[in-house]
Design a protein around this ligand. Structure first.
Ligand code: PMP
Length: 432
């Protein structure tokens, strides 16, 4: 192992005293496990233990770690050029990526804005919607409507459309734009949809469409806001409401995109196209942060016919060639693989593997869709104990609130998947 990657006791002490981890306290930091390497679906800890990865590093590492083709693409691009500014310049990695995205995404989405992270992709989508309405002579349509239990990122506009309770809007209320919230959809993915489920959203839109630019939601799967799967019929009705009342539909497919729900994009379950789509996470196979916001030609042309004459955004690292090149390779790897069969097999195996959880007293619900397996507990568990006992069983599964969930790399073997689900069953059996 290279000297630089060896972690000492002092390093860990420095980490504890100086480094913020996601959503963590600096005064009472939760434990962190030092990583020495990662390969395929395994994460190797500094003490030599190997963990089977159930998280795909938060939906992103779909092809597994240390993939020879992604490594080769990265090295090849580094040996050419890692970065050039995108203002006034262009390059093959960006063109290649945008070609692939225009081809793959639902019909009509043919203008691509490449940006740095999922949260920024959401900011970009919201700005596009506002500039669009402004350019149509409707500047008063500057608010958003969304559904509760959503998660769209950690920057301010993105936060403003996250669930107000889990997103702790009370802390930021003075600074956050005020948006409209409808109840979260209640009809499960395969449930019978009734119009009642969308009545409140329809009511808000009917009453306030004059001030609303767009509806933003995570299609079919609400991720970090509750790992909830809802009926594609709801999404199809939401599309109709947007059309009827002159709202743009923004689909946040940052978590669901690139096959995770069993379709390339979750919108396909409902057979709809949004006006704007946000992509990220799995786009580079988890190698680098990169995201994209695509919109229709009509949205793009209207934005550019407005007062600014352009879209008002342009980050320093826009379309970073290294990240774009890896994204092209990651998308090719996905398309060359039998990903539909693989996800369907994962779904079936997870469903069987997690079924014993539904008999446990601590468990409220077990649900599986595509490559996502969720166990929802009745009460919030002792997070540290739960996390430690999962690691002790040789798996990397990161519980969140009352949710213990997995979305493994697509290349996971049957045995590795069984290890993950068995470890979850055993760990949760110990809970009261
Ligand atoms: N939208 C959704 C649906 C997400 O799941 C996430 C990340 N968890 C984001 C937006 C924000 O992406 P990022 O963390 O890359 O900013």
């Amino acid at each position: 192992m290279p000297q630089e990657s060896r972690i000492t006791r002092e390093d860990l002490e420095f980490d504890r005293l100086h480094i913020w981890h996601p959503y963590s306290s600096v005064t009472d930091p939760p434990p962190v496990w030092p990583v020495a390497g990662a390969e395929g679906c395994r994460i190797r800890l500094a003490d030599g233990r190997e963990l089977v990865d159930g998280m795909a590093s938060w939906w992103s590492v779909i092809h597994g770690y240390n993939h020879p083709r992604l490594n080769r693409a990265a090295l090849d691009q580094i040996n050419g050029f890692s970065h050039v500014m995108f203002g006034g310049l262009t390059h093959k990695p960006a063109i290649g990526l945008c070609r692939r995205l225009v081809d793959l995404t639902p019909e009509g989405l043919d203008r691509v804005f490449i940006c740095d992270s999922g949260s920024v992709a959401v900011e970009v989508a919201i700005k596009m919607a506002l500039q669009y309405q402004h350019a149509r002579g409707r500047p008063e349509k500057h608010r958003l409507v969304t559904i509760r239990n959503g998660y769209h990122g950690d920057t301010f506009a993105a936060m403003s459309v996250c669930d107000p309770v889990t997103g702790m809007h009370s802390i930021f209320s003075g600074a956050l734009p005020k948006q409209f919230f409808a109840p979260a959809p209640q009809t499960p993915f395969s449930g019978d949809f009734h119009e009642d489920d969308i009545a409140e959203l329809a009511g808000i839109i009917a009453e306030h469409h004059g001030e609303i630019a767009a509806l933003i939601l995570e299609p079919v799967v609400q991720g970090a806001g509750g790992m909830r799967f809802y009926s594609p019929r709801y999404l199809a009705r939401a599309r109709e409401l947007c059309d009827r009342y002159g709202l743009l539909l923004i689909a946040d497919e940052i978590a669901t995109g690139f096959g995770r729900t069993g379709r390339m994009f979750a919108c396909e379950h409902a057979g709809i196209s949004p006006d704007i789509i946000c992509l990220g996470k799995a786009m580079t196979g988890g190698y680098l942060s990169l995201a994209a916001t695509l919109c229709t030609g009509e949205v793009a042309r209207t934005v550019c016919a407005g007062a600014a004459g352009c879209f008002m955004h342009g980050p320093t690292f826009m379309a970073n060639p290294l990240a774009c090149r890896i994204a092209c390779e990651s998308i090719d790897l996905l398309l060359e693989s039998p990903w539909q069969e693989k996800i369907a097999a994962m779904e079936e195996r997870m469903r069987a593997g997690l079924a014993p959880c539904s008999l446990l007293p601590a468990v409220k619900d077990v649900r599986v869709l595509g490559g996502i397996g969720v166990v929802e507990l009745a009460r919030t568990p002792d997070f540290r104990r739960l996390q430690e006992s999962l690691v002790d069983r040789g798996v990397w599964v990161r519980p969140f609130g009352r949710l213990v969930y997995i979305m493994p790399p697509y290349v996971i073997s049957d045995e590795e998947l069984d290890t993950l689900t068995a470890a979850m069953v055993e760990t949760l059996t110990g809970l009261d």
